[in-house]
Design a protein around this ligand. Structure first.
Ligand SMILES: *[C@@H]1O[C@H](CO)[C@@H](O)[C@H](O)[C@H]1NC(C)=O
Ligand SMILES: *[C@@H]1O[C@H](CO)[C@@H](O)[C@H](O)[C@H]1NC(C)=O
Ligand SMILES: *[C@@H]1O[C@H](CO)[C@@H](O)[C@H](O)[C@H]1NC(C)=O
Ligand SMILES: *[C@@H]1O[C@H](CO)[C@@H](O)[C@H](O)[C@H]1NC(C)=O
Ligand SMILES: *[C@@H]1O[C@H](CO)[C@@H](O)[C@H](O)[C@H]1NC(C)=O
Length: 355
């Protein structure tokens, strides 16, 4: 009896799993819910039979390596496509081009190293794109060309070392850009142009040691800029002052600050700006000069410029004294000359009176 019941269950399960010829073995096709779940099905390629009514397709945790050209022609209703944790290294041109309603695409934990312009063709409705944990090395103006509606882009944990100007130029709706844990070394002016809706820019865990002065200027909606754990030793006042927003929080912890007098001055000025919030200022530590290593910038703050102030004071006093002395000398000379003139004039007069 027990065995019979079990067999019945297995058969029911099997018939449910492949409830029509349109459901691939290994998938769970919940037609009523418009979900097709094919997670952990040991697929090495995209399944051929997915019900055309499917709106959510979960293909995570398989071993799919290629997304061929025009792959989803029979599944034009997809709104969510999950492909994380596969072995994808190739996305052929126009691979997703028929998914005009797709809102969320998860490609994280794959092995994608390049994306051509064809990748984003047709994805005009996409709101969220996850590409974290891949092998991307550069971004250029074609990588995301057709993603006009994108709001969230996660590029965490790739090996991106270069972002070309205009890489994000089509993304005027983008609100969150996650670039943490990549290999960026410098931020060139122009790479973030057009990102006028961007609220969150996360650049933590890169190797950034240089930021061009105007690089954050186009980001007029930015509320959080995370530059923690990079290689910044100094910053220019203008770099942050040029952020024209109502309020922006800036994180700068975990950088090897060179705590000289200039740096202190920059931070003093930055902290006095009402719209900028240096939330982790109290956690900033010095790397240089060697005597101040591991000291907190805040603690050495007051002493830092003391020597310099004294020097400046001495120079100022010296200059003032010199100028005063010069003026005095000048005045004296002038008086002397005047007197001499007076005497010679008097002499001339007396000469005249001789006649
Ligand atoms: C992918 O294939 C490799 C090697 O055959 C295997 O070790 C791994 O578990 C597979 N991964 C998944 C998610 O099926
Ligand atoms: C992963 O993809 C590569 C080709 O890019 C292929 O050689 C390898 O066999 C794939 N691994 C698995 C487990 O499918
Ligand atoms: C970005 O992706 C990583 C890894 O997939 C994840 O841990 C992280 O939470 C994601 N970030 C956001 C903001 O979604
Ligand atoms: C930043 O690092 C690069 C390479 O490590 C170096 O060539 C450059 O001079 C550094 N720039 C600054 C401002 O320290
Ligand atoms: C400062 O560092 C401490 C200890 O690492 C941490 O708990 C705290 O959240 C940090 N404060 C800020 C504002 O990041």
């Amino acid at each position: 009896m027990k065995e019979f019941l079990f067999l019945l269950l297995v058969m029911a399960e099997a018939s449910f799993r492949s409830n029509s010829s349109r459901c691939e073995p290994g998938c769970d096709c919940r037609g009523d819910l418009r979900f097709t779940i094919c997670s952990r099905a040991l697929f090495t390629r995209l399944p051929a039979r997915v019900p055309p009514t499917t709106e959510l397709l979960d293909l995570s945790d398989n071993n799919i390596s290629v997304i061929p050209e025009r792959s989803f022609g029979k599944n034009r209703k997809l709104r969510v496509l999950l492909l994380q944790n596969n072995n994808i290294s190739v996305v052929e041109d126009a691979g997703f081009s028929q998914l005009e309603f797709l809102q969320k695409l998860d490609l994280s934990w794959n092995r994608i190293s390049t994306l051509t312009e064809g990748f984003s063709i047709g994805l005009a409705s996409l709101r969220e794109l996850k590409l974290s944990h891949n092998c991307l090395t550069t971004l250029d103006s074609r990588t995301f060309l057709h993603l006009d509606g994108l709001q969230r882009l996660n590029l965490t944990c790739n090996t991106i070392h270069a972002i070309q100007v205009r890489s994000f130029s089509s993304m005027s709706s983008l609100r969150q850009l996650h670039l943490e844990h990549n290999q960026l070394t410098s931020l060139k002016s122009g790479i973030f142009s057009m990102l006028r809706s961007l609220e969150l820019l996360n650049l933590a865990g890169n190797q950034i040691n240089e930021t061009e002065v105007g690089v954050f200027k186009p980001l007029t909606s930015m509320t959080l800029l995370n530059l923690a754990s990079n290689r910044l030793s100094t910053v220019h006042f203008q770099t942050f002052v040029s952020i024209h927003t109502y309020s922006t929080h800036i994180l700068l912890e975990g950088n090897p600050w060179n705590c000289d007098c200039d740096l202190q001055r920059v931070f003093r000025k930055l902290r006095s700006i009402q719209r900028l919030f240096l939330d982790d200022y109290y956690n900033l530590t010095c790397k240089e000069p060697a005597v101040l290593e591991d000291y907190r910038l805040m603690d050495v703050d007051t002493e830092l410029c003391l020597a310099e102030t004294v020097t400046v004071l001495i120079i100022t006093i010296t200059v003032v004294i010199t100028v005063l002395a010069a003026m005095l000398m000048g005045e004296r000379k002038r008086k002397k000359k005047k007197q001499e003139k007076h005497w010679t004039q008097q002499g001339e007069l007396s000469d005249e009176s001789d006649y």
